[in-house]
Structures are given as C-alpha cells and as structure tokens.
Write a protein that binds this ligand. Structure first.
Ligand code: NAG
Ligand code: NAG
Ligand code: NAG
Ligand code: NAG
Ligand code: NAG
Ligand code: NAG
Ligand code: NAG
Ligand code: NAG
Ligand code: NAG
Length: 544
C-alpha cells in the first residue's frame, strides 16, 4: 500500500531503478546508485559505511591508516579521536602522529616536551628524546640544526658527508657511495648497488599463529576476539587492529609497533625490510626513512650522487627538497637554497608554500606530489580540478560516465563497453575495419595489418599503409620493385603487375622476357638469334 502511494508521488523511482538513500527498496540493486543497501526495505548504508554528502554515496569506514575518505567520521572509528580526513586520507590531526596504533601527541626538535607530549621526528622516530624538558638529539645522533642524524665513522655506512665523524682529529672522512671514506683517492669496496628489496619476508616459527590462517573477513566474532592482532570492527567484520596492517593475508606490525604475538630478537626478524630492531621493535635501517604510513622504509639519496626515485629519498636534504622526475636527482624547491655544509635545503626569509606540495599527503584524492606539484596518479586524468579514472582506473568513487562508451565493470575499473572499442587510456573508440577509415588514435587501426593512423594533408587522420607498404585493393602490401626480394609470385604481381614472376627469390621477368617501361616484354626472336650467332662466333674465335 505504502509502496503504491510512494509510486504515485515519485513515479520515476518506480520505473527507473534509481533509489537514493532513505527511499523504499525491494533489493540491494535498487540502492546501488549511492552504494547503499536495501535494509528493512529502505536504502541505507550498512554498519561498515557512512553516507558522505560530498560524493552522495555510502563510503566505508577506514579500516587502516591513510585509507581514502571524505568525512572525518570515517576515520575516527579506527584512528581514534585525533584521526581526521585530511586531503581525502585518514591521517592524524596537526600535532599528532600515527605511531603504535594511535595518533599520539608530539613535538619536534627544540620544542618543550613532557611525559604527556613526546618528542618525535616522523622520518626517524628514534632520533629525538626529551632532555631537561626540551626535545634534543638522542645519544649516538648529532645535531644538524633542523634535525638529528645518526653519527657514523670511518668505514661505516652514511648518506651525507656530515654523518662521518673522524676517528681521530687527523682523519678527515666524507661520505662516498654510502660509506665513510678517508679521501677522494680512497677506493671504496662498497658496491654501488646496495639494493635491498622492500618486500616482506617472513620467518618460520614452529607455532604458527592460528589467527594467521584463513581469510580475515570470514572470521567469526569469537574467532576474531581470540587473536591478539585482530579487532572485531563495528561488530561486523574482523580486521587488523590499529598498529597492524594486512599483508598477504596476515596482520603484521607497522614500524614502531611491537608485535604482540612474536618476539623479535634480530634485525632479520622484522617483516618490513630493511629494518633494525630497537628494544624488540622494528624501525628502518640507519639513514632510511620511515614512510608516513609506517608500512615501508624508504631509501635515502646520497650526497655523493643526489640520486632518487621519489621525494622520500630527498628527505636527507630536509623537508624543502624534492626528486626531479626528469633527472632523478634531488633538488631544493624553488625558494630554498642548498647549504653545502649541512646538505640541507634552507629557505632564506619568509617561506610561502602556497601552491606547491612537498609530500603526497599534501595532495588530494588520486594525486601524488611530483616536481612540487600535485598531479593525478597514472590511472587518472585531470578534469575540472578532479582526477577522474582513465580506462583501467578505479571507479570505486567516480563512475566512468565522463568517458563515452565506457562502463564501470565488476572489478571496479573503467573499461570500454565491448571489444568493438579500443582505447588509448582516455577514450573508447570504434575499431576501424577498412583501410582509409578515419581514425583518431593508433589503436583503431590495429586490426588492419601494416596500417597506422596517419594524419592526411586535409587535417583528418586515416588508417593508412605504413612506410614501405602500398595500398592495393584495400590491403597493405610490402613495396616491391623490379629485382626486389620475393617469396611467391603474388608478392611480385600484386604491385608490379601480372607480367612478373618470382625467380631466384627476386621479382623479375620470366625467361625470354625483358624488363622495359616497368613491364616484362617478350624478347624479339631476331634479337635472340643474333645473340646466338654472336656467341658461336666468339667461341669459334677463342678456339682458333
Ligand atoms: C599528563 O597528563 C596527566 C593526565 O592527563 C596529568 O595528570 C599530568 O599532570 C600531565 N603531566 C604533565 C607534565 O603535564
Ligand atoms: C634548534 O636550535 C638549533 C640551535 O639553536 C638551531 O640551529 C636549529 O635550527 C633549531 N631547530 C629547529 C628545528 O628549529
Ligand atoms: C648495478 O646493477 C645493475 C643491474 O642489476 C648492473 O647492470 C650494474 O652493473 C650494477 N652496477 C654496479 C656498479 O654494480
Ligand atoms: C569466506 O566467506 C565467503 C562468504 O561467506 C565464502 O563464499 C568463502 O568460501 C569463504 N572463504 C573461506 C576460505 O572460508
Ligand atoms: C604566496 O605565494 C602565492 C603564490 O605564489 C601568492 O599568491 C601569495 O600572495 C603569497 N603569499 C604571501 C604571504 O606572500
Ligand atoms: C555518474 O557520475 C555523475 C557525476 O557524479 C552523475 O551525474 C551520474 O548520475 C552518474 N551516473 C551513474 C550511472 O551513476
Ligand atoms: C579488471 O577487469 C579487466 C577486464 O576483465 C581487466 O583487463 C583488468 O586488468 C582488471 N583490473 C583489475 C585491477 O583487476
Ligand atoms: C581528406 O582526404 C582524404 C583522402 O586523403 C579523403 O578521403 C577525405 O574525404 C578528406 N576529408 C575531408 C574532410 O576533406
Ligand atoms: C580485390 O578485392 C576484391 C573484394 O575484396 C576481391 O574480390 C578481389 O579478388 C581482390 N583482388 C585481388 C587481386 O586480390
């Protein structure tokens, strides 16, 4: 009855299967538009999601640090009260840092600290300590001004020259290729490629945690609560507890978090590489940087090379450095200058960071910080200030309607509607079927052998035979000339004409024929006879 009245009032809801939140429904299908579910005959978000006014759909509560978000409420469930949605990522509020499974209040170098406010350098959580109420360098670290770095010595590892301390006053050492070296003529025995993969290695223990078996999301509430690293989230689903993250089906502790199940005794026990153990807790190996997610150790650039793969490497030059993506070299941002003594990028005078980014967390959804600018990630492209999916990109949040002939398929990626279409990543266009069909992208000509999408003199582009191929009867054939190589007679006749044959693997005239004016003509018999007699005359002369 109510449904009928409902239909009378909102006719289009009954004919189109498009029901927004809070409206009547008969199945989840009716609610798919805003990713809600049909619960008690009404479209609503389930226990694991929350309605976002920003994107007009239900969106999941974060179940890990740095998850995508639109509303702060999506973050606070997992991150706690100091969690927030910043630039579409669940991060901690200003003045708080994610460590050990919560957003902890912290202060930086030179600031005043107490038992309630810890000293922290997010790139190296071991660097600072609270001495006399002020954050200072921990023992074994030296003061570089802006930060504290591990002190090294002759023949030990380093990243910048200042890391190397002389063993005696008479020895000057500097950092060459990751090792403190005496002088420029010193031959370093350290290999240039100290590549250690970031892949996760597991050590085998006889008593495997029962909790690491099976698919986490299938755990019952009882199974889940038995496991020390797990959490039964919103009374609905088993996830990794804050401070742990899911990797290959197992919950592993983030950097700076102690493992509640396994006791680590060596650096190699750490699941994240390359790391070192300190008081049974894993941190990144000396001079490597802890990624903001606490799930990865990032390599450092060297003062000797300036090499980098991404911005994180350049943190050796302080916060005002970035990795130039063209040269793969660390540089100071435009307003900063390099202090050659400390290897720090310093901003003389007032800093103004408007319009530039220093880290990926400065950028919004589906963006990364590249060359001081927020740019769309590879599978997305910029449209009206938003990064929308290209073909192959995720349509979890944005649908694919901005690409004609594309749709959001079941694995949540944008794909062309059928195999009749081809794509350059940005568009879905029909495949060309005939030579000289108009085209816009190279991919359209892929079914026509030896053709390419080539622009013609009148401005349009067509599927045209490639260089060295000629269009004959709608097909591209390899160009042949008189005496070109051939495999069959057709090779020769198709372009040169029926008078040619393939003889000794060359396009030439049949015997008794000669090449004349681009065709093969029969040699006149008189000429052959004359030749015959001349030959005999020659033989006769020689024999005499
Ligand atoms: C630390 O916090 C506790 C409880 O919030 C408070 O009682 C204590 O005074 C604080 N200590 C300092 C040094 O602020
Ligand atoms: C801390 O103080 C030292 C010495 O006064 C100064 O060189 C350095 O720049 C300060 N560091 C920060 C992060 O302000
Ligand atoms: C570095 O690694 C690359 C690829 O593995 C190798 O080709 C190159 O020779 C190595 N360079 C040195 C100095 O070992
Ligand atoms: C997990 O649960 C789903 C749905 O209940 C079921 O289809 C699947 O087989 C389960 N997987 C395992 C490994 O138990
Ligand atoms: C900072 O830089 C931006 C853009 O370069 C400029 O528009 C703005 O006025 C500057 N702000 C200050 C305080 O100088
Ligand atoms: C796709 O997204 C656009 C913009 O958000 C929206 O107007 C449109 O209704 C959506 N289409 C579908 C089929 O959900
Ligand atoms: C999604 O499915 C398409 C088509 O089946 C496939 O080409 C693509 O690789 C899949 N993408 C992902 C991320 O699984
Ligand atoms: C452009 O030239 C091609 C031949 O090169 C012709 O087939 C086509 O009709 C022309 N198009 C326009 C718009 O003039
Ligand atoms: C040219 O094409 C037509 C139609 O596709 C075909 O019937 C004919 O046999 C072709 N001629 C040659 C010489 O291939």
């Amino acid at each position: 009855m109510t449904y009928v009245i409902y239909c009378l009032v909102f006719i289009f809801y009954c004919i189109g299967v498009v029901h927004p939140i809070n409206e009547k429904c008969s199945s989840d299908n009716d609610c798919s538009k805003d990713k809600s579910f049909c619960i008690d005959d009404v479209c609503q978000c389930d226990r694991l999601s929350i309605y976002s006014k920003n994107i007009k759909q239900c969106w999941n509560y974060a179940t890990e640090y740095a998850a995508d978000c639109f509303e702060p409420e999506q973050c606070t469930e997992f991150l706690g009260e100091h969690g927030n949605c910043i630039n579409n990522k669940c991060l901690c509020d200003d003045g708080y840092k994610w460590l050990g499974g919560s957003c902890i209040s912290y202060v930086g170098k030179n600031e005043s600290c107490s038992e309630n406010v810890s000293c922290l350098d997010a790139n190296d959580p071991l660097a600072l300590t609270c001495i006399d109420g002020v954050c200072q360098c921990r023992a074994g670290y030296y003061d570089r001004g802006m930060d504290c770095r591990i002190q090294s010595e002759y023949q030990k590892e380093c990243a910048i020259n200042k890391d190397c301390f002389p063993t005696s006053n008479s020895v000057y050492s500097y950092c060459k290729l990751g090792k403190c070296t005496k002088d420029s003529t010193f031959k370093s025995d350290i290999e240039e490629n100290v590549t250690i993969s970031n892949s996760l290695l597991y050590f085998n223990e006889d008593n495997t945690d029962d909790c690491s078996q099976g698919i986490l999301s299938n755990f019952t509430k009882e199974d889940c609560s038995k496991c020390s690293k797990h959490l039964y989230f919103r009374d609905s689903i088993c996830i990794c507890r804050p401070g742990y993250f899911l990797q290959d089906g197992e919950c592993i502790p983030e950097l700076g978090m102690s493992d509640s199940y396994k006791h680590y005794t060596e650096d190699s026990d750490c699941p994240i590489k390359p790391s070192k153990l300190s008081n049974g807790i894993c941190y990144c190996k000396n001079y490597w940087f802890q990624h903001y997610t606490n799930r990865e150790c990032k390599k450092t650039t060297l003062q000797y090379t300036y090499n980098c793969m991404d911005n994180d490497w350049c943190k050796a030059m302080g916060p005002y450095a970035y990795c130039d993506s063209n040269t793969k070299q660390c540089k100071c941002i435009d307003q900063a200058v390099l202090n050659s003594d400390t290897f720090l990028c310093e901003i003389p005078g007032e800093r103004n960071l408007t319009g530039i980014c220093l880290e990926d967390t400065d950028c919004s959804l589906y963006q990364k910080c590249l060359n001081q600018e927020c740019q769309c990630e590879n599978e997305f492209s910029q449209m009206d200030n938003t990064c929308l999916p290209k073909i192959g990109g995720s349509c979890e949040i944005f649908n694919c309607s901005h690409i004609e002939n594309a749709e959001c398929i079941s694995n949540q990626t944008c794909q062309c509607k059928s195999s009749a279409y081809v794509t350059d990543g940005y568009r879905c266009l029909e495949k060309s079927t005939h030579l000289n069909d108009e085209c816009s992208i190279e991919e359209q000509c892929q079914d026509i052998p030896h053709s390419s999408c080539i622009s013609s003199s009148n401005g349009s582009s067509y599927c045209t035979c490639q260089n060295n191929y000629l269009d004959k009867n709608g097909t591209c054939y390899l160009k042949r000339e008189y005496k070109s190589q051939c495999a069959s007679r057709l090779d020769c006749t198709i372009l040169l004409g029926d008078s040619f044959v393939c003889r000794n693997s060359l396009c030439q005239c049949p015997v008794y024929y000669t090449y004349k004016d681009d065709v093969c003509v029969r040699s006149s018999s008189s000429k052959i006879l004359a030749l015959y007699f001349m030959l005999w005359a020659l033989v006769f002369v020689i024999l005499m």
